[in-house]
Design a protein around this ligand. Structure first.
Ligand SMILES: Cc1cc2nc3c(=O)[nH]c(=O)nc-3n(C[C@H](O)[C@H](O)[C@H](O)COP(=O)(O)O)c2cc1C
Length: 194
């Protein structure tokens, strides 16, 4: 059986740049035998608009968020995958709020022990990846988002491979015709599938 890949997308533009690249990525990964599931975080109904730091997850033995809404089951399924891909436009030098809202609630998958100063989680097997598009130059825009995701992945003992697409305008459909980016995204999909 091929690798199980979960893609969490965070663009409110259904047919925008990020989802275009994700489509190519998924095509490449599926061709290479991966099982790819894409979940659009912009469509998830969230009860509190983010993590409310209730610490309910830290008081429970389970690796799950206690807030009942659309995001909770998505979070609970993350450990079932081999690869977790975050796909986002750059918004003010960070990921979109739609995606960040889900990421912050991944706190529920990590147990912190304030007395010992350490933490345990069930994400050690997971490979992280980032697909990030931005309208501006690669620096600082998309590269800053890349740095954030690499830092977070490192924090939980993993690595984050990335496909960064700069100069991706929202005011034209130019990216859809960009065969170079298409090839890069297909190759990125094949790479993460194996
Ligand atoms: C609210 C907002 C903030 C943005 N901030 C940045 C930014 O800081 N850096 C950048 O390179 N592009 C920025 N952009 C441009 C988008 O990241 C870029 O065009 C992206 O490819 C859009 O992706 P989409 O079509 O998937 O929505 C911003 C766009 C919006 C709407």
């Amino acid at each position: 059986m091929g690798r199980k890949i979960l893609v969490l997308t965070g663009s409110p533009r259904k047919n925008g740049n990020t989802n275009t690249v994700v489509g190519w990525f998924a095509e490449g990964a599926k061709e290479a035998g991966a099982d790819v599931e894409v979940i659009d975080t912009a469509l998830l109904k969230s009860r509190n608009n983010g993590c409310i730091a209730c610490l309910g997850c830290q008081k429970s033995d389970k690796y799950e968020c206690v807030v009942e809404d659309d995001v909770k089951p998505v979070l609970a399924r993350i450990p079932d995958f081999d690869v977790l891909v975050f796909a986002t436009p750059t918004y003010f030098f960070g990921p979109s709020a739609q995606l960040k809202l889900v990421i912050d609630r991944m706190y529920s998958l990590i147990k912190f022990d304030p007395t010992e100063g350490n933490y345990v989680h069930n994400l050690g097997h997971l490979k992280w990846a980032l697909i990030c598009t931005g309208g501006g130059d690669i620096r600082p825009g998309v590269s800053l988002v890349d740095k954030t995701f690499k830092t977070v992945a490192g924090f939980i003992g993993s690595e984050c491979d990335s496909l960064l697409v700069s100069n991706a305008s929202m005011f034209s459909d130019e990216l859809k015709q960009n065969s170079e980016i298409r090839e890069q995204a297909l190759a990125f999909g094949r790479k993460l599938a194996s």
